[in-house]
Design a protein around this ligand. Structure first.
Ligand code: ZN
Length: 224
């Protein structure tokens, strides 16, 4: 799984445009570092990149990779909202959701993959793998995580953002912003992360549960 994630991340870096905007990189690294530490991870082991891409999207891949689009940096109104997205995405990786899906998809699509491989065209396989990892939209494969996986990632995200010192209220707020942004057309992130209304309701219920963890953090992050 780690090598699949690493390979996909390398591909995304080649295919997309990696930002060298110092402010954006510092902002995203600051948030990611705090959230990872709260998760008991070693931030130095993770590769974090900002992609110049106006679509509001973010993803985390096995092999310890995180990518955030400039469009998501603009959409999230503050560090708490962006921490909610990053925490959610890393939550998918820590809960091994990609793993469950890669195996399912490769079995279901086995015949198709075999055909593509026989034709010497492995882009379908790549698409299915990255789709299962949660970044398929970039490859034209839209494959949402299951509702159960989404709720798990939401709870992991809000839990760890709070213990990292980010206001958990930022989580439901982010999804409200996302929903409004989606009113004029479906952002890709909403295609892979459906039902914002039930998500907003569920996250709002979780805010009081994690508020104390947030308030207990003395040195609150000031990432921007
Ligand atoms: Zn998700």
């Amino acid at each position: 799984m780690s090598s699949m994630g690493d390979e996909s991340f390398e591909q995304l870096k080649k295919q997309g445009k990696v930002s060298n905007n110092k402010e954006d990189i510092q902002y995203v690294s600051c948030i990611t570092t705090r959230v990872l530490r709260a998760m008991g991870e070693k931030p130095d082991e993770w590769e974090v990149k900002v992609f110049v891409d106006e679509s509001p999207n973010a993803f985390a891949l096995p092999g310890k990779n995180v990518g955030v689009h400039t469009g998501m940096i603009k959409l999230a109104k503050n560090q708490d909202q962006l921490a909610a997205v990053i925490g959610h995405e890393i939550g998918h990786v820590l809960a091994n959701h990609g793993n469950e899906r890669v195996s399912q998809n490769l079995i279901v699509q086995g015949g198709l993959v075999a055909t593509q491989l026989a034709l010497g065209n492995d882009s379908t396989t790549d698409g299915l793998i990255v789709g299962a990892l949660g970044v398929g939209a970039q490859f034209g494969v839209l494959l949402p995580f299951s509702r159960k996986q989404e709720s798990e990632a939401d709870e992991l995200g809000i839990k760890y953002m709070a213990s990292a010192g980010f206001d958990p209220a930022g989580a439901p707020q982010l999804w409200k912003v996302m929903k409004t942004a989606g009113a004029g057309g479906q952002p890709e992130f909403l295609s892979t992360h459906p039902s914002p209304d039930s998500r907003i309701a569920a996250l709002s219920k979780l805010v009081p549960k994690y508020k104390n963890d947030y308030q207990a953090v003395k040195d609150k992050p000031k990432c921007r």
